[in-house]
Design a protein around this ligand. Sequence first.
Ligand SMILES: *Cc1c(COP(=O)(O)O)cnc(C)c1O
Length: 219
Amino acid sequence: MASITENLSAFKKAIPDYVDLVAVSKTKPVADLQEAYDAGQRIFGENKIQEMTDKWEVLPKDIRWHMIGHVQTNKVKYMAPYVSLIHSADRLKLFKEVNKEAEKNDRVIDVLLQVKIAEEDSKFGMDPEEAKKLLSGDQLNKYPNVRVVGLMGMASFVDDEAQIKREFSQLEKIYNTFKESRGFSVLSMGMSGDYRLALEHGSTMIRIGSSIFGARNYD
Ligand SMILES: *Cc1c(COP(=O)(O)O)cnc(C)c1O
């Protein structure tokens, strides 16, 4: 099996320069993240706030930590001092909480609105129609310490490429509709299994776990 360093360098060669690579390190030990860091990787994605905070405490401070998993409002405070981007903002209550905790820390926190694009039942992400309504209105402007810099979505876990393309294309359309008026710069779309299709549909940020760090035992 190739090493983390080899996997990272293969990825850097395979993706265009304008695409940001988030190394999804959830469940992986600090030594694995340190190896990726030593190979030049600076953006890491985690899906649990406690685990991310434990890693943030011991790893170099120039790492940019991205929260990619479902966020409980009562835990926002633990990551508010340092989180660099929250991919999974999917309800107004969460925007409100992030705004409150960001203000306490004298920061503006960047977030992505997570939109539910998977045709299969998925628990998280805002319904696309609701997302469009929210992006058209002025509700989001009420949170001065939250900056919505783009959108995030996950395709269904299926082999059917046509379906995955349909789902990515739906998010690409919403992104392009609001890109100018909202000043969006980030479309977070694509994982180990489907990042090539995501790049064909305008993704600017891919979230790669197993293809860098190897398979996970649990999630
Ligand atoms: C785990 C996870 C990833 C990475 O998945 P891989 O298939 O291991 O690349 C990407 N995005 C989210 C939201 C995840 O939870």
